[in-house]
Design a protein around this ligand. Structure first.
Ligand SMILES: O=C[C@H](O)COP(=O)(O)O
Length: 258
């Protein structure tokens, strides 16, 4: 049986400047013990402007916290004002990058084609994409949440070879549960995450599907994380608002104590 190490990732979104980032990561590092890192992989996804500071802190203090970016350009370089490339993120030793977050899809019109190009850019530069998928409220109300989410998985992984896909992280984030305080019921989240694993088995193989970590994201807090993590196909959480409070994020990382 495959054992998947849970991944607890804090997506800071557009919060915390580079000085606040240093203080925040120091607080996390001080609170976390070796046994936490043995049980769970911990990552933070700060804004681009914080990454160099976080890298310096993690390297200098030999911290076990991983870090990554919230977006990546599909292009390696050139006249793309405002974008940040895979080579730049690789140089900063980013382990992860979120791709296709619903806020990128919604506010920056990212299509599955764009998301797919970004997934490929991440793999090309040795960065693990956290491919974000999930339905809007009207899609769930119409009962199409599973097919909608699976189409995003398929679109995001189009032509991605198995050698790369086996290390992808998928984050299932129902859009209506993000930042709203409305957490998706654990069994409802499990329904979609199980279907995502089934889709990976169909696209690749059951063996590959069993290796891939599938996170849930959307109003995760210390009070609801244990129930979510108890689900068979949920292997971590992509945490937004609650990851900005170091004490709360540590409690989420220690979900087994809740
Ligand atoms: O990337 C994180 C998700 O968008 C969830 O955000 P939230 O925990 O603030 O609901």
């Amino acid at each position: 049986m495959t054992t998947r190490t849970p991944l607890m990732a804090g997506n800071w979104k557009m919060n915390l400047n580079h000085l606040e980032a240093i203080a925040h990561v120091q607080k996390l590092a001080f609170a976390l013990a070796d046994k936490d890192y043995e049980a769970v992989e911990v990552a933070v996804l700060p804004p681009f402007t914080d990454l160099r500071s976080v890298q310096t802190l993690v390297d200098g203090d030999k911290l076990k916290i991983k870090y990554g970016a919230q977006d990546i350009s599909a292009h390696d370089g050139g006249a793309y004002t405002g974008e940040i490339s895979g080579p730049m993120l690789a140089k900063l030793k980013c382990t992860y990058v979120a791709v296709g977050h619903s806020e990128r899809r919604q506010y920056h019109a990212e299509t599955d084609e764009v998301v797919n190009a970004k997934v490929k850019a991440a793999f090309k530069h040795g960065i693990t994409p956290i491919l974000c998928v999930g339905e809007e409220l009207e899609v769930r109300e119409a009962g199409n949440h599973v097919s909608h989410t699976l189409a995003q998985v398929e679109g995001g992984l189009k032509d991605v070879p198995a050698e790369q896909a086996e290390s992808v992280v998928i984050a299932y984030e129902p859009v209506w549960a993000i930042g709203t305080g409305k957490v998706c019921g654990a069994e409802d989240a499990q329904e979609v995450c199980a279907a995502v694993r089934g889709k990976l088995a169909e696209l690749y193989s059951q063996e590959l599907a069993d290796k891939v970590r599938i996170q849930y994201g959307g109003s995760v807090k210390s009070g609801n994380v244990a129930e979510i993590m108890a689900q068979a196909d949920i292997d971590g959480a992509l945490v937004g608002g609650a990851s900005l409070d170091a004490d709360e994020f540590v409690k989420i990382i220690r979900f087994r104590d809740q």
